[in-house]
Design a protein around this ligand. Structure first.
Ligand code: GDP
Length: 176
């Protein structure tokens, strides 16, 4: 039985993006199924989760910035060996969307060591539809321009969070 076997793959996945876009909340939601209004800013370094997809058992270590992003830069070691990178913005704060291009993609391009690391753009807080400042279309165009997928999520409402991580993993599996 597959569930008794050792994982066949082990992937390192990173969450990047401005402060307060919901990185820790997405990580907590995906790994524990819960949501807390006050996720500690410092503290969650990484969480591991084993998923079964396409008949394969995959161990994920998902890294969170632990608040370092407030200094607008992460260390190169954070990026080392990552097969998947999740770029998160908050749909209610346009500046967090602009930061992806201006700050985070640059860092990814500078420091990611895995050639063909898979990028995923996550537009979070879609439960706050009335406060939206970034349209779905803008998100899709941005993701497409950078060869990434876009998934719109709500960590709070548990919308498409599993889907975001799973689509990323499937794309990593497809990458030769
Ligand atoms: P991080 O700094 O990027 O890790 O962001 P956090 O996960 O700490 O979230 C920042 C704040 O946004 C917290 O108060 C969260 O409760 C809140 N938050 C996170 N995700 C969502 C969401 O999907 N919807 C709403 N309404 N709030 C969220």
């Amino acid at each position: 039985m597959l569930s008794e076997e050792e994982p066949t793959h082990s992937f390192k996945i990173l969450l990047v993006g401005d402060s307060s876009v919901g990185k820790s909340s997405l990580l907590v939601r995906f790994t524990t199924g819960g949501f807390e209004e006050l996720v500690p800013t410092i503290g969650v370094d990484f969480k591991a989760k084993v998923v079964e997809l396409n008949g394969e058992k995959i161990k994920l270590s998902i890294w969170d910035t632990a608040g370092q992003e407030r200094f607008r830069t992460l260390t190169s070691s954070y990026y080392r060996g990552a097969q998947g990178i999740i770029l998160v913005y908050d749909v209610t704060r346009r500046e967090t969307f602009e930061s992806l291009e201006e700050v985070w993609l640059r860092e990814v391009d500078m420091y990611a060591t895995v050639e063909d690391a898979v990028k995923m753009v996550v537009a979070n807080k879609t439960d706050l539809e009335e406060e939206r400042q970034v349209s779905r279309k803008d998100g899709i165009n941005f993701a497409r321009k950078h060869g990434a997928l876009l998934v719109e999520t709500s960590a709070k409402g548990n919308i498409a969070v599993d889907q975001a991580f799973e689509e990323l993993v499937l794309k990593i599996l497809e990458t030769p």
